[in-house]
Design a protein around this ligand. Structure first.
Ligand code: GLU
Length: 399
């Protein structure tokens, strides 16, 4: 009988870390299946249903027999809807040949990294950053370099830090505002100051991940590509998962210089052949709708944010910035490092996240996964009742 050994797997997969967001969600599911009452606050997934007008567009597409391969880069009608959306919401002028639709924003990001990066190139990641950026850069055989930030600076980097991090190997920087996991939102002035640095380094490209654009409780989202000097070297990534409660439909897209869009199309032509046809038809309805149609979800997320911030402020040892967008809080919990809670030694954020899962039955994600080892991420894309109960359990467990 053949012996199964990871030694027979590629170095590529053996050196790839498991997605911690998905791993924690899987662990929570497992424990629930064993009968444990787990509150899952690990996954960034709206708990709303996809709005009816989007579901109806999908049903209509099925009835109209949309079942064949789509163009690799997506239906022309959807690309036009995306161009209208970019103009309406972001003031960005993209033509359909600058747009590529993919199987989720995650694939959009992977395409961009695969087509822009060579072995040894460097990707700059302002930390904290979403778990998969570093993993995807690694898959593309690039290296990644974190630019640290602090809770005092609202988890933002400044122009001096950016300039100090750039080397002659730097090829890409990934911005994500509103940010997963910190909820930080860069202002137009802050982005312009960072762009002024990048103007000196024309070989550095920018991936601006704007997937949380609409889940924003303050100033309107500012798109990095709307800075004229940055337009030709910025790839704007977005998708429908978060704002339209469509995580499982898997539709993401980019607006990019045409040569990059063309390369991404070539890449996915060999990997997925394009995104799901029914989900693409439904996305036309989603993007053509006024943002007011999804405002009820954004309002609800804001109510929950205010609630969880209030509840966490009562727990000694949890220090939280005020997230301006997305649906996560990212408390600094380093006050617990070196302590023992109910017989469990807490040396780091992973220990605390695991302890909270096992003792409080609340799933969170360690900040290590996001390049910020003093914090844990708590998603508040859950019901008020679940959030209240989760924080009550957390408080009880850390006293
Ligand atoms: N982006 C979400 C999160 O950070 C979904 C899971 C994932 O793809 O990482 O939780």
């Amino acid at each position: 009988m053949a012996v199964m050994t990871t030694a027979h797997l590629s170095d590529r997969i053996n050196s790839l870390p498991t997605s911690q967001t998905l791993a924690m969600a899987a662990k929570a599911r497992e424990l629930r299946a064993e009968g444990k009452d787990i509150i899952g606050l690990s996954l960034g997934e709206p708990d709303f249903n996809t709005p009816d007008f989007i579901k109806e567009a999908a049903i209509q597409a099925i009835n109209e027999n949309y079942n064949s391969y789509t163009p690799v880069d997506g239906y022309g009608e959807l690309k036009e809807a995306i161009c209208r959306k970019f103009k309406r919401d972001n003031g960005l002028d993209y033509l359909p040949n600058q747009v590529v639709i993919s199987t989720g924003a995650k694939q959009s990001i992977a395409n961009v990294c695969m087509v822009l990066l060579n072995p040894g190139d460097e990707v700059l990641l302002p930390a904290p950053y979403w778990v998969s950026y570093s993993a995807i850069a690694t898959l593309a055989e690039a290296t990644f370099k974190e630019i640290p930030s602090s809770i005092e600076a609202d988890f933002k980097i400044d122009p001096q830090q950016l300039e100090a991090a750039i080397t002659d190997k730097t090829r890409l920087i990934i911005f994500n505002s509103p940010n997963n996991p910190s909820g930080t939102v860069y202002t137009e002035d802050e982005y312009r100051a960072l762009a002024a640095v990048l103007e000196k380094y024309p070989e550095v490209y920018v991936l601006s991940d704007e997937i949380y654009e609409h889940i924003n409780y303050g100033e309107k989202n500012f798109s990095f590509a709307s800075i004229p000097s940055m337009y030709e070297r910025t790839i704007t990534v977005n998708g429908v998962a978060k704002a339209f409660a469509m995580t499982g439909w898997r539709i993401g897209y980019i607006g990019a210089p045409q040569w990059i869009a063309k390369a991404c199309t070539k890449m996915q032509g060999q990997i997925t052949s394009g995104a799901n046809c029914i989900a693409q038809r439904a996305t036309i309805a989603a993007l053509d709708a006024p943002v007011s149609k999804i405002q009820y979800m954004i309002d609800e997320f804001k109510t929950r944010r205010d609630m969880i911030l209030g509840l966490l402020s009562d727990i000694e040892g949890f220090t939280v910035n005020e997230p301006k967008g997305a649906f996560y809080v990212f408390p600094d919990i380093s006050a617990y490092f070196g302590k023992t809670l109910r017989g469990t030694a807490i040396a780091n954020a992973s220990d605390l996240a695991m302890y909270l899962l096992e003792e409080a039955h609340v799933a969170t994600v360690t900040g290590d996964a996001f390049g910020q080892p003093d914090c844990i991420r708590i998603s508040y894309a859950a019901s008020e009742k679940e959030i209240r109960e989760a924080v009550r359990r957390i408080e009880e467990a850390v006293i």
